[in-house]
Design a protein around this ligand. Structure first.
Ligand code: MF3
Ligand code: CO
Length: 255
């Protein structure tokens, strides 16, 4: 069942979304190549969430042990923070969800540690970010759900990349995960019709190699099966009468 939100409820989600966006930006600015560990990122996230008087959406969700998911290089998503030191040239996905006043916001970015990365890693990150924006453009009343995934897949494959099939975006609101599933692939003009008030977390995961993934023995960390690089970007988006409204931006003007 898809739960649509009123404009007032969307503003509450924007409050959570703003916290997510600010935390992600501050975390990204504080990564020190050769020094920061993935667990340091988790600690930063916890401190920032506290500073903004919010709560973690992920901690203890289905037994997830941390506040952020940190995915390095061939890790796709759901990497558990630990002692790994981030090195120049690593690409690191940071996925964060927070809850404010009962409403969730969820977003992810992938950044190059030290601002350096191989040309192919930079290309992958750019393509994935563009995929997210192309998907978001389709999040408007009258379109169908699969128009989002179709736009994402088309852009990724045009650039020789592949989109992960086994993990998808999701509805979001009072629960971190609500209906519908939001695949990052598919044929256009199928699935439910998108309507004003729906709120979706759109989150393409794009690989340089094959789209196949596997989960490591820790039960969480998802990696590419061929160990090729993967990138992940996510925004929480509300469908408004006039089109998509991104809720996980640092400033409201950015929209
Ligand atoms: N953004 C991811 C998702 O929406 C992260 C959730 S992982 C968990 O699925 F930690 F919450 F389990
Ligand atoms: Co999500």
């Amino acid at each position: 069942m898809i739960i649509k939100k009123s404009p007032a409820e969307i503003e509450k989600m924007r409050t959570a979304g703003l916290v997510v966006a600010r935390c992600l930006r501050e975390i990204a600015e504080h990564i020190e190549p050769g020094k920061t560990t993935t667990l340091d990122i988790d600690v930063m996230a916890e401190e920032l969430i506290r500073k903004y008087h919010a709560g973690s959406s992920f901690k203890n969700y289905r037994g997830y042990p941390n506040t952020v998911c940190v995915a390095v290089n061939e890790e796709v998503v759901h990497g558990i923070p630990g002692s790994r030191i981030l090195l120049p040239g690593d690409i690191v996905g940071i996925d964060l969800g927070v809850i404010v006043d009962g409403w969730h916001g969820d977003a992810a970015i992938t950044v190059a540690v030290g601002g350096v990365a191989s040309d192919e890693a930079k290309r992958l990150m750019n393509v994935t970010k563009e995929c997210l924006l192309k998907g978001i453009e389709q999040a408007k009343p009258g379109n169908r759900l699969s128009d989002i995934g179709y736009a994402i897949q088309k852009h990724a494959e045009k650039h020789g990349c592949s989109v992960v099939r086994d993990l998808v975006g999701h509805g979001i609101g009072k629960h971190l995960h609500e209906d519908p599933h939001v695949p990052n692939y598919g044929n256009p003009k199928t699935g439910i019709r998108l309507e004003e008030g729906m709120t979706l977390a759109i989150e393409p995961m794009v690989n340089i190699g094959s789209y196949e993934i596997e989960t490591l023995g820790d039960g969480w960390t998802v990696v590419t099966r061929d160990r090729s690089l993967s990138a992940h970007f996510e925004h929480t988006v509300a469908i408004r009468r006039n089109g998509p409204d991104i809720l996980t931006l640092v400033t409201t003007e950015e929209a």
